[in-house]
Design a protein around this ligand. Structure first.
Ligand SMILES: NC(=O)c1ccc[n+]([C@@H]2O[C@H](COP(=O)([O-])OP(=O)(O)OC[C@H]3O[C@@H](n4cnc5c(N)ncnc54)[C@H](O)[C@@H]3O)[C@@H](O)[C@H]2O)c1
Length: 309
């Protein structure tokens, strides 16, 4: 029997480069569709050399190209997107890639009768949460074109499920970090900022009391959740993917001070800041995907800083 082929859009990016090797370990053949805007050509080249990965240098905005790439694929992982900050700077491009692109991928997947589609959604669909932990059934209040596209993507999947029987899982990733991440990544830029200061012997500077929090989830656990969603029995639901733990900026500073191993204390700038907090309710991930996080924030950050991952 020939190996099952998975189409991974955006597969050359940060998360994709962790998902693809996991798929290969499981015996899948992988077809990456990526316009290489942010893709890692060297890493993809190494994977293509194994003979188990193909690269289609194409754009999800082109429906015909997506349709062509879908031929012979038994399942799809849709990761291609432009980021939240770019979506605010250029809403037109964002809507093109993140909304039209989503639709091209979903429509082609439905037409080709794929077994399962896994969609990279985002915790940002919730907007500013009213309570923690955040549950999948909580009110959604997406604030930027990026977040609006993630939410509408989930709704479009429902449309293709009802009309064409498409089986899908939408993963609402929380704050992903880990090896291979670009230093410009929106949510995690605070990590780089603190680490750069600590490596120069300077204390991290925190505005306010550092109460703002995030749910940092290691990219290895993210990749495992994607593979679990590809193979789960349960489907047609959004699923939170986080650790369930909200790490405040003050806590993060302490974790990074320990990881870098310098003898400093964080400095607090007394001023009023908007405090937003995040933590995922991950009950559904356990129930539907059989997935649980395996890497604590302390271990993941320490490994990232000491060993580059
Ligand atoms: N990293 C996070 O913290 C996070 C959090 C929530 C959701 N997500 C979602 O996970 C997915 C992957 O994120 P990532 O962090 O790996 O991002 P990334 O930018 O590293 O990877 C995205 C990939 O998509 C490709 N791409 C962009 N536009 C394209 C287009 N028009 N056609 C084809 N390919 C295109 C890029 O070249 C890149 O390789 C995205 O959908 C993102 O919205 C990420």
């Amino acid at each position: 029997m020939s190996p099952r082929t998975v189409l991974v859009t955006g597969g050359a990016g940060f998360i994709g480069m962790h998902v693809v090797p996991m798929l290969l370990e499981k015996g899948y053949h992988v077809r990456i569709l990526d316009n290489m805007f942010r893709g890692d050509r060297d890493k993809v080249g190494e994977l293509v050399a194994t003979g188990k990965v193909e690269l289609i240098d194409q754009d999800v905005r082109y429906g015909g190209a997506v349709h062509q790439a879908m031929k012979g694929c038994e399942s799809v992982i849709h990761l291609a997107a432009v980021s939240i900050n770019k979506s605010v700077a250029d809403p037109f491009e964002s809507v093109d890639i993140n909304m039209v692109g989503n639709h091209n991928v979903f429509a082609a997947a439905a037409d080709h009768g794929v077994r399962r589609l896994v969609f990279a959604s985002s915790a940002s669909v919730y907007g500013d949460p009213k309570k923690l932990p955040m549950h999948e059934d909580d009110e959604l209040s997406p604030l930027t074109p990026y977040c609006i596209a993630k939410r509408s993507g989930e709704d479009l999947l429902g449309f293709y499920q009802r009309t064409k029987g498409l089986s899908w899982v939408a993963l609402r990733f929380f704050n992903v970090y880990g090896p291979g991440q670009k230093t410009t990544a929106y949510y995690t830029s605070v990590i780089n900022h603190f680490v750069n200061r600590l490596r120069n012997g300077l204390p991290p500077v925190i505005d306010g009391k550092g109460e703002q929090s995030m749910d940092f989830i290691h990219v290895h656990d993210i990749a495992a959740s994607v593979v679990a969603a590809l193979e789960s029995e349960g489907d047609n639901v959004p699923v939170n993917i986080g650790t369930g733990i909200d790490t405040s900026i003050a806590d993060l500073a302490k974790i990074l001070i320990n990881a870098v191993g310098v003898d400093v204390e964080p400095q607090f700038n007394p001023r009023d800041v908007l405090v937003s907090r995040r933590a995922a309710d991950i009950t559904r991930a356990k129930e539907v995907l059989g997935w649980e996080p395996t890497i604590t924030v302390e271990d993941g950050m320490t490994d990232l800083i000491r060993n580059g991952g």
